[in-house]
Design a protein. Structure first.
Ligand SMILES: NC(=O)c1ccc[n+]([C@@H]2O[C@H](COP(=O)([O-])OP(=O)(O)OC[C@H]3O[C@@H](n4cnc5c(N)ncnc54)[C@H](O)[C@@H]3O)[C@@H](O)[C@H]2O)c1
Length: 486
């Protein structure tokens, strides 16, 4: 706690609900800087009693927030967006020091979150209903109403952005929200709570930190009417099972093992650049949308691999996440590091060909961190673990292909279906492949980017529901039909 940092670490690490911070009944744990193992101090571990207190506060706030004029809700959201922008550097720093992703990108995340908050502030009046033509003397209309208290549980790779951006649609629609910070990196969440303390009425936005028991207690609480998760498929399934007990709707943004397809006629320079960028090495590959299976047509296979490796060595070098010059951060924890290393191990054992990386960086300054260099394995086959399972680390699998039918069998042969990226100059092939890939978000001659207003979400076991567009707002409402005989 005595190391000099660019910004002060948050002083208050308690639970934020009902407009104030509360000492956790579940006690405290510790949080670390994954790049150095520096102890960054205590973090609250909310237990079921804490969750209940927060839910009661949110429930009380719902009684008035649901009737607050939409324009007033929008104004609060816009003020919140402005606060985010004003504190972007500081929040980005807190994420970098706590989750291991580079500070420059984490600050950009905060600005992106603010843009999403503004977007939903502008949509408040779109949570509207319909009327049905019924003839004289009868009026039939539907209204959209908020659910009540809802919970958002998030993953660690964009700790601040996932909390800040994703509260907006739920709050815009008139719900009150309990945010559960990422277990591994909650520091920015405490600062976020302070920043929003006087923006929303007490109890409208509440921020908890904790581990699985906190998330589970939120899912199980009878007054929590909807839960959304950004997390792994395993957690998504567990939440879905618990939600069944309450017949509660859920929204799930889950894992991926996303394909990037390079066709022989593609603009090869751009395709190679896309394949490298799509792996999100900056975040050490820790991104759900990472295109971690790269299918390269055999006629260009050797060239693509050679140039890909050159590009990676030019663009990505592990460095301390808090250094603005760093282009690639570290993994979030020892557990994640060991998982990534086990994939590298199994790829070797199963006969994949290592073409770069696969080791710790040689830089002594990084010796204490969970760093792994940008890694590419070629000649990966569908039988290998690296082909089938999400690594959530900097490990790219390259697979040769010859015929489109075989390609599609391999591409669609998994239970994941989040993103896909297709590189071709053949218009017919572009649309044919786009229509046949089983993914919820497809780029043609592009990769990685999200577009505000465009629905993001997964097919198959990569998720349920869509976010980032109007449908996210509507998903936080339920429809009531009213039939009036005049
Ligand atoms: N589709 C997307 O938009 C998206 C975005 C980012 C990350 N992810 C996925 O997230 C995963 C990595 O993140 P992670 O390791 O933090 O995921 P995780 O599933 O382990 O944890 C996510 C969150 O769920 C909570 N949680 C765990 N078990 C729970 C339970 N039984 N009930 C309620 N809450 C519970 C955790 O405390 C954490 O806050 C990857 O699979 C990645 O693909 C998906």
């Amino acid at each position: 706690m005595h190391t000099e940092h660019a910004y002060a670490l948050p002083e208050c690490r308690n639970l934020f609900y009902g407009g104030r911070f509360h000492v956790p009944q579940g006690g405290y744990g510790r949080t670390l800087n994954p790049a150095t193992q520096e102890d960054l101090g205590p973090v609250s571990n909310a237990n079921a009693a804490d969750v209940d207190a927060a839910v009661q506060a949110a429930h009380l706030a719902f009684q008035s927030w649901r009737h607050t004029k939409p324009a007033v809700r929008a104004a609060a959201l816009r003020e919140f967006g402005n606060r985010l922008r004003t504190h972007a550097e500081e929040l980005g720093f807190l994420d970098a020091i706590n989750c291991g992703n580079p500070v420059r990108e984490m600050a950009a995340d905060v600005h992106f979150a603010a843009t999403q908050v503004d977007y939903f502030a502008g949509l408040v009046h779109e949570a509207k209903g319909d009327t049905l033509p019924m003839g004289d003397g009868v009026l039939n209309y539907s209204v959209r109403e908020p659910y009540g208290v809802v919970a958002r549980i998030v993953a660690y790779n964009h700790p601040l952005m996932f909390l800040a951006a994703k509260l907006a649609a739920a709050v815009a629609a008139g719900n009150t929200v309990i945010l559960k910070a990422a277990t591994q990196a909650p520091l920015s969440a405490y600062r976020l709570a302070t920043l929003l303390q006087d923006v929303f009425p007490p109890g409208v936005v509440n921020v908890l930190s904790g581990d699985t028991p906190c998330g589970q207690a939120l899912v199980d609480h009878p007054l929590v009417k909807k839960v959304s998760l950004i997390g792994s498929t395993a957690t998504g399934k567990s939440i879905l099972r618990s939600a069944a007990e309450k017949v509660m709707p859920v929204s799930l943004e889950l894992g991926g093992k996303n394909p990037l397809i390079i066709c022989p006629e593609a603009d090869m320079d751009k395709a190679i650049e896309g394949a490298v960028k799509g792996m999100n090495f900056t975040w050490a590959g820790q991104s759900c949308g990472s295109t971690s299976r790269c299918f390269v047509h055999r006629s260009v296979y050797d060239r693509v691999i050679k140039e890909m490796v050159q590009k990676i060595s030019q663009l990505y070098r592990c460095g301390l996440p808090t250094d603005p010059a760093t282009t690639m951060g570290c993994l979030v924890s020892k557990a994640q590091y060991e998982k990534v290393m086990s994939f590298i191990d199994s790829a070797h054992k199963e006969g994949a060909r290592l073409v770069c990386g696969g080791v710790r960086p040689s830089d002594k300054a990084l010796d204490n961190g969970w760093f792994v260099t940008a890694t590419v394995f070629a000649d990966v086959t569908p039988a290998m673990r690296l082909f089938r399972e999400e690594v959530f680390g900097p490990v790219l699998a390259v697979i040769p292909w010859d015929e489109e039918e075989d390609l599609l069998r391999m591409v669609n042969g998994l239970d994941f279906g989040l993103t896909a990226s297709i590189w071709t100059k053949d218009l017919a092939r572009a649309h044919r492949l786009a229509s046949r890939v089983e993914s919820g978000y497809v780029w043609i001659n592009h990769v990685s980017a999200h577009f505000i207003g465009a629905d993001f979400g997964g097919y198959k076991q990569s998720g349920l529901g869509r976010e980032e567009g109007v449908s996210e707002l509507l998903a936080w409402t339920q429809t009531k039909n009213v039939h009036v005989v005049l």
